[in-house]
Design a protein around this ligand. Structure first.
Ligand SMILES: Cc1cc2nc3c(=O)[nH]c(=O)nc-3n(C[C@H](O)[C@H](O)[C@H](O)COP(=O)(O)O)c2cc1C
Length: 233
């Protein structure tokens, strides 16, 4: 069993909170895993050319090409995104749009596989989580757990955070709250989030190894859920 972790944060890995949550989920699965960061990768959104319809292979020539085999070979995924402008950040959105290549005709490349989703926001992690869960479902991937947390936002390290009247930090805490190490959120120190990540990893590993789990059965469940989601029923 191999799990592919994808960190969708655009931040340097050392500063990203979400990549550390993904790592925590992965190391608790008890499975072999690989963690890939999308940071710095050139991944265009889907251009709806439909060239993938015949063979379920995207023809757009960018960094997604090097990731395709890893996605196909993985038995499960840990997918992370972060909140930009109250939605899923563009890098992860583009990456997920390109999973369109896997879902044509009789393709069962992803059907019935499992996932954990991870989402971080400076204030609100819910919107990216909701989108990732919908994107997984429309690819007939079952999300067994979702981990949400809050992390540092740009104001904490841009150098102007305490005084910038356009920034979230100033607006939330006012002019008299200095930015220090203590006032800078660090999701790895949030015990509830890290515990949730640990539990999500264990759950993913257990479900993958369970004798009850079959991709065929899971696919049937998800097809029903997708019909409801898309309003066909
Ligand atoms: C362009 C941009 C827009 C953002 N917009 C929001 C927002 O609307 N709501 C929010 O809660 N956080 C917002 N944030 C903050 C990030 O979601 C936050 O910094 C998060 O911790 C990033 O996770 P990471 O450290 O893994 O990259 C924004 C950050 C950037 C860079």
């Amino acid at each position: 069993m191999k799990i592919l972790g994808i960190s969708g944060s655009a931040r340097p890995e050392s500063r990203s909170g979400s990549i550390k949550v993904v790592q925590k989920v992965l190391e608790n699965t008890g499975c072999e895993y690989e963690l890939i960061s999308l940071r710095g990768k050139k991944i265009n959104g889907c251009i709806a050319c439909m060239a993938c319809v015949e063979d379920n292979v995207c023809k757009v020539n960018d960094d997604m090409k090097t990731l395709r085999d890893k996605i196909v070979e993985a038995d499960a995924y840990v997918l992370s995104g972060v909140n930009y402008y109250n939605t899923l950040n563009a890098l992860m959105h583009s990456f997920m749009e390109r999973w369109y290549q896997f879902r044509h005709r009789e393709a069962d490349i992803l059907w019935g596989k499992l996932a954990v989703t991870v989402s971080l926001g400076g204030f609100n992690p819910a919107p990216p989580a909701a989108l990732l869960n919908t994107m997984a479902l429309t690819n007939l991937i079952k999300v067994v757990d979702t981990v949400e947390g809050t992390g540092a936002f740009g104001c904490h390290y841009c150098g102007y955070g305490e005084t910038c009247k356009a920034g979230g930090y100033y607006n939330k805490y006012g002019p008299d709250t200095p930015i220090t190490l203590e006032t800078t959120p660090d999701v790895t120190k949030d015990e509830a989030v890290m515990l949730a990540a640990e539990q999500a990893g264990k759950k993913l590993g257990e479900q993958l190894r369970s004798a009850e789990y079959s991709r065929e059965k899971t696919t049937q469940e998800l097809m029903q859920a997708m019909l409801t989601l898309e309003g066909y029923e």
